[in-house]
Design a protein around this ligand. Structure first.
Ligand SMILES: [Zn+2]
Length: 267
């Protein structure tokens, strides 16, 4: 929890600033930043740091262990009409429910580019959440969500197909088809006020920031996360979560619901 707080502070998370201004205690701020009853109510631009075996908490009851516990929601892979495979929930999901991570093989960006040219990059996602912090490009955007923001964040990348993930911090997923570029919102949704936030976030304040970005590729090895389709009105968003390492290069990409979702709905 403390690390989640520290990083939120480091990147200039507006929620921390405003709560500090209101003289909220650290405990109150922490409660707002991380998970609440194992649900993520708001995206955390600085990342979420889950408890691990070095923590003294009870593994079974600790509420700061969500993504590491794996998929709990009952999901169903199904054939959509015209959009390939999709994933839907078999029961209602409250806002902030952890759905799944996006898993794949990790490559350096050079390896990923070479691989993309060879077998396609539609399942690649950059682990670059810190690159998206303080990206001014989003300042102008608003749209209901931040969908566009992401696209801008990708500037550095060559391709337009990438789909930025939702939050500033989240990494961008390259969209499966070029047509979908816009949908990146999927992940972006979670942060409502990103504009303001972004303008004050600063990645260079991260102690371990070095500009190196790794890429996750689910083309050959992955999980159910690779089957989520892009949507213009996404109901899930990405949150970077640190589970097995605190190295900012290797967050886990977690998908969480951004609204209440009825059973049978595609995610
Ligand atoms: Zn704990």
């Amino acid at each position: 929890w403390l690390r989640t707080f520290k990083y939120a502070e480091l990147v200039g998370d507006e929620r921390v600033k405003s709560m500090k201004a209101k003289h909220k205690s650290q405990a109150e701020i922490l409660y707002q930043l991380g998970y609440g009853f194992r649900r993520l109510h708001k995206n955390a631009p600085g990342g979420i740091y889950e408890c691990n075996n070095k923590c003294s908490c009870n593994k079974q009851t600790c509420s700061n262990r969500v993504v590491q516990n794996g998929i709990i929601a009952q999901l169903q892979l199904f054939k959509t009409v015209g959009r390939g495979w999709g994933v839907r929930t078999l029961h209602d999901l409250p806002l902030g429910t952890f759905i799944s991570i996006y898993s794949g093989e990790i490559f350096t960006s050079e390896q990923a580019d070479a691989r993309g040219k060879k077998i396609g990059d539609e399942y690649q996602a950059d682990l670059d959440f810190f690159e998206n912090i303080n990206n001014d490009s989003d300042d102008e955007e608003d749209e209901d969500e931040n969908s566009e923001i992401h696209s801008e964040l990708d500037n550095d990348e060559d391709e337009e197909n990438k789909i930025p993930s939702s939050n500033i911090e989240s990494r961008s997923l390259r969209s499966r088809d070029l047509n979908n570029k816009k949908d990146r919102k999927k992940s972006s949704k979670s942060k409502p006020n990103k504009k303001d936030k972004n303008s004050t976030l600063n990645r260079t304040l991260l102690p371990d920031y070095d500009g190196v970005v790794y890429t996750l590729d689910a083309k050959l090895v992955g999980n159910v996360g690779r089957y989520f389709n892009h949507s213009c009105s996404p109901n899930i968003a990405v949150q970077n979560v640190f589970v097995d390492t605190h190295d900012i290069h290797f967050p886990w990409i977690g998908f969480f619901t951004t609204k209440t979702i009825r059973a049978g709905t595609e995610l």
